[in-house]
Design a protein around this ligand. Structure first.
Ligand code: GLV
Ligand code: MN
Ligand code: MN
Length: 437
């Protein structure tokens, strides 16, 4: 293969000018966004629904067209591997997720997967042979919107939770994760985890306003905030809205409402880094003329310092206890998910930084506010991330938007960060261009 020998004889000149096809990346993103498309231009493709199955089928088809070997593990994680010259070399992996929020956008997660696909297509077009295999992963249930735990598939891969635990989780309608996975045909037989990884890189939209505000195109991501998720159930007593005097009520919605305000106040004590959100509430019996006897709500809290996150946890529990006592309610507050603040691998961060500089892109270092599969993969492999701006910093919203040229630039960074690892020391260490294969 002529291009392979070109790479081996002059690795830097052969690959340094390599660029992805931004138009092809954009077209793939727009085509995938048709599956579960919403009227406002977003996507609703919840994990392990029929639509998720259709999205997987489309992307798996594209991955197979690259000639990659596709495998599916017991958690439904998908791996498409382009072989390297050394089949025993650890894999350089990239990827993200294609499940979305109930009112999600076209780019969250989908960009990272399709950027990986575009890297494979680009390597094929140029006939580049890498020393290490290069693979793209589609992780199952990153969003945690239908099933907890968040980053479920990557967490199982990294051994954060067991496959059994994951498969037993149920959505609000009582459907088990394992059954939903079988129903869409993605309960694979490859083992979960245990793959030898040289590195993991994940490209993602920033989902916040910083890059856009500062006119930067790339965020070199050095780590991520810690996160704690809770389920909180307020129990009072259903009662008639007319005859029941105000002082006799045990109104669960009042407890939840006070809690929403208390949570906001709590986060405000930890600004600028602390975050706390109530994003889900179910009122029962949810009837106009019944004092609500039961409210279920969720709490999401984040902070870059584990110590601060622990303080926020104590403050949350104190607030719940005070409100419950004052309003004569029961409050059951359970932590259902947690990961500490993380720091990415310095050599992978350096690879992203070097690729960004070589491409001459305005950039800054940053910490991710959102959860990502990279956070769990960082526990089992050297990892880092690449952020690109999104319009007005808006994400988890149907109007989420990103510029094609920014997505292309981020994918070029991904390509060169991957090449820096995947070409292998045998090739990359030889800048004189004399090394043969
Ligand atoms: C995942 O998108 C999260 O940060 O919650
Ligand atoms: Mn995401
Ligand atoms: Mn998301």
């Amino acid at each position: 293969m002529t291009t392979r020998s070109a790479v081996l004889h002059s690795p830097k000149s052969a690959t340094g000018s390599l660029r992805v096809n931004g138009g092809r990346l954009w077209r793939s993103l727009m085509e995938l966004a048709q599956i579960g498309a919403t009227p406002k231009g977003g996507v609703r493709r919840l994990a392990l629904t029929g639509l998720d199955g259709q999205g997987r089928d489309l992307v798996v088809g594209w991955l197979k067209e690259t000639g990659s070997r596709v495998e599916i593990d017991g958690a439904g994680n998908i791996f498409a591997t382009r072989p390297g010259r050394d089949p025993a070399a650890p894999v350089v992996l990239t990827g993200s997720h294609i499940d979305t929020q109930p009112s999600g956008g076209k780019f969250d997660g989908n960009y990272g997967v399709l950027a990986g696909l575009e890297v494979l297509r680009t390597l094929n077009d140029a006939g580049i042979a890498t020393e290490h295999p290069v693979a793209v992963a589609i992780w199952t249930n990153e969003e945690g919107s239908r099933f907890v735990p968040v980053m479920g598939g990557s967490g199982a891969f990294a051994g954060v939770h067991t496959l059994e635990h994951l498969l037993q989780q149920r959505d609000v309608d009582g459907i088990a994760f394992g059954d939903a996975l079988k129903d869409i045909g993605y309960a694979g037989d490859a083992p979960v985890g245990g793959r030898a990884l040289d590195a993991y890189f994940e490209a993602h939209i920033e989902q916040g306003p910083i890059l856009e505000r500062e006119d930067k195109i790339v965020g070199v991501v050095t780590g991520a905030l810690g996160l704690s998720w809770y389920d909180c159930i307020w129990t009072g007593q259903d009662a008639h809205a007319g005859p029941t005097p105000m002082e006799a009520r045990r109104d669960a919605l009042r407890g939840a409402s006070r809690m929403v305000e208390a949570i906001h106040a709590l986060a405000m004590r930890h600004v600028p880094d602390g975050r706390a959100t109530v994003g889900f509430m179910q009122v029962s019996p949810n009837s106009r003329n019944v004092v609500p006897g039961l409210v279920k709500m969720t709490v999401d809290m984040r902070h870059p310092s584990d110590e601060h996150l622990a303080t926020m946890d104590c403050e949350l529990r104190d607030a719940a206890a005070v409100i419950a006592r004052d309003l004569r309610l029961e409050c059951n507050l359970q932590q259902v998910d947690h990961f500490p603040a993380s720091r990415f691998d310095s050599s992978c961060v350096a690879a992203v930084r070097a690729a960004t500089r070589a491409l001459g892109l305005p950039h800054r270092e940053m910490v991710s506010g959102a959860g990502h599969d990279a956070i769990y993969i960082a526990r089992v492999a050297p990892t880092s991330m690449i952020f690109v701006p999104c319009k007005d910093g808006i994400s988890h919203n149907e109007t989420e938007d990103a510029r094609p040229e920014h997505l292309e630039a981020g994918t070029n960074v991904l390509l060169h960060a991957i090449l820096a690892r995947a070409l292998g020391s045998r090739v990359t260490s030889d800048s004189s261009g004399t090394e043969g294969g």
